[in-house]
Ligand binder design. Structure first.
Ligand code: 1GP
Length: 232
């Protein structure tokens, strides 16, 4: 299944622990894809271990690259974040330039999906690490989405509220301003109700922390998305 058809994905953190039984239930849940990614303590060993364990199942698996030291072949896709509201060019394009210098000759570009990130929870680790300007007005968030689509022509715009549930009204306004770029929403989805609410607005929802904090509720988000209907 192409990424553009994904409605639901689970994001697994290679620095966190998940049992084989839980991992099997996540992979066999009916989710459209597994994203392996995180911010802290990402090691190649951790990434490879999780990749091998997820590969026992048929679900597509993507690596969201956050560290140059933890890149490995063997994934179906590679998600490359560029943090559009970072105050530092490092997270927007400098790391990417370094990576292309080092690995450009072996990159399979058709496997790369660029994600224009807009990080909106000021206290999440990614916001702090990337020095994101999370004090954007609604108008500015929308302008970032338009920048992603019309200026940079990115395939994905990612509204990242990691650890906090975002504002569905703002997500809806952003969605209405996007024609072709796929809207990812992630943050604070801890059960079926929030999953259904955001899935009715965004193209794709990403469920992360609740896999580790509220496992049974996290699993219910898959069915909630399948049963939800776009309202935009
Ligand atoms: C994190 O957007 C994802 O990158 C999901 O957020 O962990 O809050 O579910 P949560």
């Amino acid at each position: 299944m192409e990424i553009s058809s994904w409605r639901h994905a689970f994001k697994l953190d290679p620095a966190k622990t998940i049992s084989d039984e839980s991992l099997e239930r996540v992979c066999e849940s009916g989710t459209d894809g597994i994203i392996i990614g995180g911010t802290d303590d990402i090691t190649l060993e951790g990434v490879l271990d999780l990749l091998m364990r997820v590969r026992r199942f048929t679900v597509p698996v993507a690596l969201e690259i956050s560290s140059m030291d933890a890149i490995s072949p063997g994934f179906d896709y590679y998600f490359i974040p560029t943090v559009l509201n970072s105050s530092s060019t490092k997270w927007m394009k400098d790391l990417h330039v370094s990576a292309i210098k080092e690995f450009g000759h072996m990159i399979q570009w058709h496997e790369m999906i660029m994600e224009g990130y807009c990080i909106l929870n000021p206290s999440c680790k990614a916001a702090i690490a990337t020095e994101a300007d999370t004090s954007l007005t609604e108008e500015e968030v929308i302008a970032h989405a338009v920048l992603a689509e019309k200026v940079f022509r990115l395939p994905v715009f990612y509204m990242e509220y990691s650890g906090m549930y975002g504002d569905p009204v703002l997500v809806n306004k952003v969605k209405r301003n996007l024609d072709t770029t796929q809207l990812f929403y992630g943050g604070g989805i801890d059960g079926p109700d929030k999953a259904a609410e955001m899935a009715a607005i965004a193209d794709t929802i990403i469920v992360g922390n609740s896999i580790y904090d509220q496992f049974e509720e996290a699993l219910k988000t898959v069915a909630a998305v399948k049963n939800s209907h776009a309202t935009y």
